[in-house]
Ligand binder design. Structure first.
Ligand SMILES: [Zn+2]
Length: 149
């Protein structure tokens, strides 16, 4: 964008110099030639300004998207800070909210696989099978079998 703006400014400067030169011209053919040159330079300046405006709009969109991503990451960071990786027994892991951060939420476990990709998904208890409880993530469909104490 800086190049487009610089080109537009340079074109306008040249156009101004040509316009100043009109004051001393008396020959109609020279005046006509200078008018054509001036029109060409004004068109180049307009094109530079249009290009710069287009590039500016792209940058505004990019800033908007980056701010949204920053907000999403800040929200995720606040959520992730509430949880701690917990060993449910025999190397079976899940994320568990720290007790003081539960608020009105019931105690629960969150899927490790989803958590590591920046998403919290509460594990659902599918019941007891062979003295283990089976917890499943509804989002990624991964399941863990937790030894029952
Ligand atoms: Zn999951």
């Amino acid at each position: 964008m800086a190049l487009s703006i610089a080109a537009a400014i340079a074109s306008l400067k040249t156009a101004g110099e040509i316009a100043n030169g009109f004051l001393t011209l008396r020959d109609q053919a020279v005046i006509q030639s200078k008018v054509i040159e001036l029109q060409s330079i004004i068109l180049a300046a307009q094109q530079g300004a249009i290009t710069a405006q287009s590039e500016q709009m792209e940058l505004v969109d990019e800033i908007r998207a980056l701010r949204a991503e920053l907000d999403r990451l800040a929200a995720w960071s606040a959520t992730a800070d509430r949880y701690q990786l917990t060993d449910l027994g025999k190397g079976v892991f899940a994320y568990k909210p720290q007790a003081e951060t539960l608020g009105s939420d019931p105690d629960h476990f969150a899927c490790v696989q989803c958590f590591e990709t920046g998403r919290r998904s509460v594990l659902q208890n599918l019941g007891r099978f062979n003295s283990r409880e089976r917890l499943e993530c509804q989002a990624c469909k991964s399941a863990i079998n937790v030894p029952v104490a």
